[in-house]
Ligand binder design. Structure first.
Ligand SMILES: [Mn+2]
Length: 350
């Protein structure tokens, strides 16, 4: 049997909400999902597992119809879906009454369900969140029935507020594979057995690194698991080093080159480090326009040549200020005081 495992698609979310590309990213979450389902068909998957937080919020009927259309277009593939904490199946929500296409199994909130896919020799256990928080470790005591089927647990959570998970308990549970969701970074809890694929697309600047889905193949009760990169972009934190030679425009170009070589499709947080000419103030708005840049933080410090300054300003306020810090090792606070004080004095001089 071959199956695909995805989680945390967060349809309906608008990542980078305040940026001009936010609308594009909202649409992209849907498109990446659609494309992923189409990959499953091309790869001739028997089953696709969706381990919670398919939606960013509890879906309305319109959203469910959209997903039902997308998944229903591949009647040869079975889909097993649970709701997570974000899209929880709260009482009275559209999840409860929606009629899915026959190839889509939604495991609801009324306790643990077991769905048997007899044609592929597989049983999927799981249940949906009925509220945004569940603090009870509900997975640790679950066991599949003893029979000849391949047993999958579809599960969401793993932190204190969202069904804590104990790796040891999962290992002894008797499940052949535990398809996890909730943690947005691809994470292995038990190798080839209990794995988080991570969010299908990154939705938050903290979701750094590649994102995609897992492709799994069974060999008896063993599983081989392979990560497939799918997301259109990554969040990247990048440090660019300034030198005394840099000007406003040379720094802008430096960042642009760094963005181009790391990939113009990615979304950046830029940190400037190093030493700059004290007279130069980098233009963060200008730098932000070099790509999909969320934020620019200038941590560069002015290059202060203390000995030269002291000589040239001897007897003046600047010279005396430098001398007042001499004769002992400067603490980090004094170092800052020296730097800020000199910046102010130098700025006042020009
Ligand atoms: Mn979640």
């Amino acid at each position: 049997m071959r199956f695909m495992h995805i989680a945390d698609v967060h349809l309906g979310c608008t990542p980078d909400g305040r940026c001009e590309w936010a609308g594009e990213r909202k649409r992209e979450l849907w498109e990446t999902f659609r494309d992923t389902v189409s990959d499953a068909a091309k790869m001739k998957m028997d089953l696709v597992l969706i381990a919670g937080d398919l939606f960013h919020h509890t879906p309305d009927e319109t959203q469910l119809r959209e997903v039902n259309y997308l998944l229903g277009s591949y009647p040869e593939i079975c889909f097993a879906v649970i709701a997570g904490n974000h899209d929880c199946c709260s009482p009275g929500s559209a999840w409860e009454t929606f009629e899915f296409a026959p190839n889509i199994a939604f495991l609801g909130r009324e306790g643990v369900e077991c769905i048997r896919f007899a044609a592929i020799g597989c049983e999927v256990y799981g249940f949906s969140y009925d509220r945004p928080q569940i603090t009870k470790a509900r997975y640790d005591s679950l066991h599949p029935e003893k029979n000849e089927f391949f047993h999958i647990l579809l599960a969401h959570g793993g932190d204190r507020e969202h069904i804590p998970i104990d790796a040891g308990a999962l290992e002894k549970s008797g499940f052949d594979y535990i398809a996890l969701g909730h943690i947005h970074k691809p994470t292995v809890i038990l190798p080839q057995k209990a794995v988080y694929p991570g969010a299908l697309s990154p939705i938050d600047a903290a979701d750094e690194g590649p994102h995609g889905y897992l492709v799994c193949e069974t060999h008896g009760s063993q599983v081989s698991v392979r990560f497939v990169r799918k997301a259109a972009r990554e969040y990247v934190t990048m440090t660019v080093t300034a030198t005394e030679e840099d000007t406003v425009f040379s720094m802008r170009d430096k960042v642009e080159n760094a963005v181009m070589s790391r990939g113009a499709e990615n979304i950046y947080r830029v940190f400037i480090s190093g030493q700059r000419d004290p007279a130069v103030q980098f233009d963060r708005d200008l730098i932000r326009q070099t790509g999909m840049v969320l934020d620019v933080q200038d941590n560069s410090v002015p290059a202060l040549h203390l000995e030269e300054l002291k000589e040239s300003c001897r007897g003046q306020l600047i010279g005396m200020y430098i001398e007042s810090f001499e004769g002992h090792e400067r603490s980090p606070v004094e170092e800052k005081a020296l730097q800020y004080g000199l910046e102010a004095l130098l700025a006042g001089r020009s």
